[in-house]
Design a protein around this ligand. Sequence first.
Ligand SMILES: Cc1ncc(COP(=O)(O)O)c(C=O)c1O
Length: 350
Amino acid sequence: MGGTLPGALAADWLVSAWDQNAGQRLRTPAVAALEEAAGAWLPDLRGLPDTASVGFVTGATMANFTGLAAVRQAVLAGTGWDVSTAGLAGAPPVHVLVGAERHDTIDLALRYLGLGQPRAVPAHAQGRIRTDALADAIALSHARGAWVHVDGAFGLWAAACPDLRHLVARVEAADSWATDAHKTLNVPYDCGVAIVAHPEPLSSTMGIRASYLMSDAAGPADPQAKVPALSRRARGVPVWAALRSLGREGVADLVARLAHGAWSIAEQIAAIDNAQVLNDVVYTHVSVAFGDDERPREVTARLLADGTAWMSGSRRKGRDVLRVSVSNWTTDQEDGRRSVEALRHAWSER
Ligand SMILES: Cc1ncc(COP(=O)(O)O)c(C=O)c1O
């Protein structure tokens, strides 16, 4: 788990030492400028619109919440209902379709927003985005007045790597995106990013306009106008430091190394007797089944007790699995080899 780039860690210490409230630009212009620079680089790295609003939040959960709050505002406004003033009681229903393999935090964000249980549609057999169908799906959604939100907590970083970009091709046509910096980019917790293509519905739903808050009317919107929090730490500064120290190629290399780490681990696991890698390992994630259904739990418990590596138990298509996610920039081939060895040992002790 975890892993922070040295530059990002140093920047995070500075953020604590400076102790600035990053909600407003006028109070702390230098910090706001660093966050604005990072906020301009992030869409650029992923091929997203450079006019999108970028807000720094605590993680992908809150980034999903932020994007979906803008969705709620926009689709209801499309029916003539202003949810900011009229609330949800009596509002036209908002129908939310989600992929069957979505992360549970989408449901959580929808609960926060009073939008209830979404309707699940079948996902790609591998749980991936079907990029061949995405452009049509987005065009159809827009034609029907719907909005497309992408939860790319890990996945959106694939767009920063030329060799992996095809995995998220055409997501740039969506309307909002959630991603994490504390995962793939390896900045310290807690740092997620909410990117919204249409600033207006976002600013109608976020931000406060109190008389004691002095704003600089000349510049871009205050950071607090793009996220659910008013006061917050300057968590965009470690993102700036990570991107500044890595550069475009460094980010691409980081993402590629994480993926290669997962591919190599998957290959070694597949060579263990009776272990079965269930997914096509195209990115940083590996799902493994062992023999009958109960085994992954036993194997996971023994592996965690051993302490060499952290791999967690999960379920995939009704089967218990062991889940490997490579996301720490320091994980190298030797770590992968030792982790698989520990797994082999945990499995052979059954
Ligand atoms: C796809 C996806 N979305 C959302 C989240 C939630 O992210 P966070 O824990 O940063 O809020 C995760 C966490 O792993 C995730 O994988």
